[in-house]
Design a protein around this ligand. Sequence first.
Ligand code: IMP
Length: 424
Amino acid sequence: MPGIVIVGAQWGDEGKGKLVDLMAEQADGVIRYQGGNNAGHTIVHGETVYKFHLIPSGILYSGKPCMIGNGVVIDPVVLIGELDGLKARGIDLGGLKISANAHLIMPYHLMLDTAGEQRLGKLHIGTTRRGIGPAYMDKAARLGIRVQDLLDEKILKKKIAAALAPKKAQLRAWEKDPALDLQSMTEEYLAYGNRIEQYITDTAKLVHTHLTKGDTIIFEGAQGAMLDIDHGTYPFVTSSNPIAGAACVGAGVGPTAIDEVWGVAKAYATRVGQGPFPTELDDEFGEALRQAGGEFGTTTGRPRRTGWMDLVALRYASRINGFTNLVITKLDVLTGQGDLQVCTGYRTDSGAELDDWPYHQSVVHHLNPVYTTLPGWDDDLTKVRSKEQLPQAARDYLDFIGEQVGVKVSLVGVGPARDQIIEL
Ligand code: IMP
């Protein structure tokens, strides 16, 4: 019963959506296990470009179970917008299933996210301002409102009422009279409940039923290991656990259900928002990489910070996720960039050499990368479809990554289209 987790190995935006889309074709179902509409996937099918924030990438395969797990936080406005967009393009939504236990992003979560960032001033995290952190805070505080609450007016109203008073008090410092009205919010959310009722179910049970039959299920992660709330660059992280272990909690299966963990990394590195990024190229070359790779956020449109491949961070990601396979995306972007630097160690300000990710934030903030230089290539890779067609320098680059991380590179992306992926 193969359970395959697909997880971001860097700071998010590695191109997981494309891989999930590709693997979903052969699989029997896909379930997303954490995050919310802070994520964004771009999928290219033929001439059509699809952008999703919440719905798992597998939705394009008519009728295939495509689940939003209990670990996801759902903004119903965004979800319904995506459903309408897909319907308008003639996509069959029959396979969509939404966990009754998933938590909802409420209007006050969006306000609190923005207010929190403003309060932090120079120390802000650079969140996507989609209400993710405040929604997970309410979940942990047991003040959250769940998808199933949308189906019962009395419960919904009671829960919104319980949440509203403390939220208004919290927000008062930023807005004298925050527009949060119990009656209209209840009516609005009941209407959302009506729209999505047909998709609500016990997704954990559904996943279990499939796995028991021997079906293949893809567990789709959002963001990346270095944004993990426990293992990432805290506090400059998201408010959930993107790592593979969270697939069990966020989908409702035991660890024995997971057979493979595929880590997805770009051939270089990017990060959006604030926080440490040891191999950052805050210069003209970094700008050239941003332009070549189209490194602008799918969700917020923000320019992504760019840098060299960081193999210390990638080794760390492999350790905390247990990668069985590695996927390197956007290799084509490195064409014509001259010699390539890959970070194989760090030097601290006091001169200590490190070959593993340090646990202490003060050390992390002052890491100086130690680079190994590898020859680049000038050949256009976008039409390459086999390992043999890759220039030797590109093959050496991939081999070096695989050796350093200790996990074989199974797939390589050379462009955004579905067929621009090479099996090694
Ligand atoms: P939040 O998840 O909106 O709270 O944002 C926290 C941090 O995670 C910020 O630095 C965001 O830019 C980053 N982040 C959240 N989602 C993504 C993503 O899907 N890709 C890349 N960065 C993300």
